[in-house]
Ligand binder design. Structure first.
Ligand SMILES: [Zn+2]
Length: 73
């Protein structure tokens, strides 16, 4: 089961919770509020940083640095 990080809008506490589904709701473990906001998962952050690295480096192979490109002429 995936684990997600939430931020409670009522008490301001962040917490992690294992939920059965990606879109499952979660209650704050501190105050039991349902007014929580799911934070970006570690996987999503890693995926987005990989995209920006591809922008800065080789656009063809995704290497972080142009010199690392294995597809250069
Ligand atoms: Zn709370």
């Amino acid at each position: 089961m995936p684990i997600f990080e939430y931020l409670c809008k009522d008490c301001g506490q962040a917490f992690e919770k294992i939920v059965p589904r990606y879109d499952s709701s979660a209650d704050c473990i501190h105050c039991n509020s349902e007014n929580v906001e799911k934070q970006l998962s570690v996987f999503a952050i890693a995926a987005s940083s990989k995209d920006s690295a591809a922008d800065a480096g080789c656009s063809r192979c995704g290497a972080p640095e142009p010199g690392m490109c294995g597809m250069m002429d």
